[in-house]
Design a protein around this ligand. Structure first.
Ligand code: NAP
Ligand code: ZN
Length: 369
């Protein structure tokens, strides 16, 4: 029987100039807002100008918090939440790539709750988060439509800020205009597109997938692979449109399934070696794709038909684009990873019975013993 359960509460405005065309939506959320963003992305992409025009037109007051870093820190979200409280804003707008968007999700919680920061990961807060609008400027995470906020925890005992996810924070509305991705350089565009591809492939083979999420995942993967296959120098406008659409499809897919072991394993490369998120996940993607195809040949046939390619070509393409540098892991580091991955539920949703021992074998295979 078909499994068709699916939940998506985000109102998605999509397409060129969608902010200008749906300006009145902002009015419905209140008279004053906090804009949460990074140092440059909102400005160089043109998204901030478009948002400010709309706010001014509708006489909505605003404050800008532009201190969100890549792989956002929990402490910055707490700080921005306090500003939102003291300024008594009605809603929050996140502008940027996955980092500012995820941060804005957390800020919307801290803005309406006096709470112990770590409780956010348990969904343990009393008041509803403030209404949230997201405006994406990268084609990668799909955070616009996912319920996840991935934060680096720099409060508490951990010496290195480790990534943890809040699981249930949807925006009220998201604006997806690929034109904001034109200012992304080649390497960030490739890294973020690889993130989208990881979302699609991990979700497609996830044990939590269903007919609906698999449809989104296949659509997204097809768009990314089409772009990578034809890539010849700079990304064209048409290719950027496809990548942005793919990132939304990937987000719609992981909103149902979450991600699998490529993401869990990729996190340490970002935290300890500053590898861009999309590249870090894609390091483990060829092995994941091979495993998924080996364990479910029917699903594999359907995916490869859609992508119009064979497994070995696809793995080569991903490896060439990823270009990871070898790293040497000490036994102590490996032991720490084992302890961490024992508690990781992304392993359980990966295809087969992927264990921590399998993960360590994969680490040795990829990085050398
Ligand atoms: P990002 O960390 O948001 O941004 C990467 C870099 O690109 C930053 O320097 C940023 O500048 C810049 N940038 C962003 N948009 C730009 C534009 N249009 N033009 C020029 N520069 C631009 O990258 P991301 O890959 O989108 O997000 C990664 C984060 O998302 C990670 O923390 C990851 O764990 C998380 N993630 C979340 C989900 C989810 O479902 N919520 C899914 C996957 C990953 P600024 O510094 O100015 O911002
Ligand atoms: Zn990701």
């Amino acid at each position: 029987m078909l499994n068709l359960s699916y939940y998506m509460p985000v109102k998605l405005f999509y397409g060129a100039d969608c902010i200008k065309q749906n300006a009145c939506y902002f009015q419905s959320l209140g008279r004053k807002c906090l804009i949460v963003t990074g140092k440059n992305s909102a400005k160089v992409s043109g998204a901030l100008d478009d948002v400010l025009q709309v706010l001014e037109k509708h006489q909505i007051d605003f404050i800008i918090f532009d201190e969100i870093k890549q792989n956002p820190l929990l402490s910055d979200c707490v700080r921005a939440g306090k500003i939102a409280q003291s300024e008594q804003v009605d809603f929050v707008i996140g502008i940027g790539g996955g980092s500012p968007l995820d941060a804005a999700k957390a800020v919307s919680v801290f803005a309406s709750n006096e709470m112990e920061p770590l409780k956010i990961f348990e969904g343990n807060y009393v008041n509803r988060p403030l209404p949230l609008i997201l405006v994406g400027t990268t084609a990668g995470t799909g955070s616009e439509v996912t319920p996840y906020s991935v934060l680096n925890v720099d409060i508490g005992e951990d010496k290195v800020a480790r990534k943890r996810s809040v699981q249930n924070l949807y925006a009220a509305a998201s604006f997806g205009d690929y034109q904001y991705t034109r200012s992304l350089n080649q390497s960030i565009t490739i890294a973020t597109a690889l993130d989208t591809l990881s979302h699609c492939i991990e979700s497609y083979f996830s044990k939590k997938s269903n007919t609906i999420s698999e449809g989104f995942a296949k659509q997204g993967a097809k768009l990314v692979i089409d772009v990578f296959r034809d890539l010849n120098g700079e990304f064209t406008d048409k290719q950027r449109q496809k990548l942005y659409a793919a990132s939304i499809y990937g987000g719609l897919a992981i909103a149902k399934t979450g991600t699998c072991y490529c993401h869990s394993m990729g996190y340490f490369l970002t935290e300890d070696y500053q590898v861009a998120h999309g590249i870090a996940c894609a390091v483990f993607l060829p092995s994941f794709l091979r495993l998924g195809c080996e364990l479910d040949t029917k699903k594999a046939d359907e995916l490869l038909f859609e992508l119009d390619d064979n497994l070995s070509n696809l793995c080569d393409m991903i490896e060439n684009l990823t270009q990871y540098r070898p790293i040497y892991l000490t036994q102590t580091q490996k032991n720490e990873l084992c302890e961490r991955w024992k508690k990781d539920n992304k392993f359980a949703s990966s295809p087969g019975n992927f264990t921590v021992a399998d993960a360590m074998e994969l680490i040795d295979e990829i990085f050398g013993v």
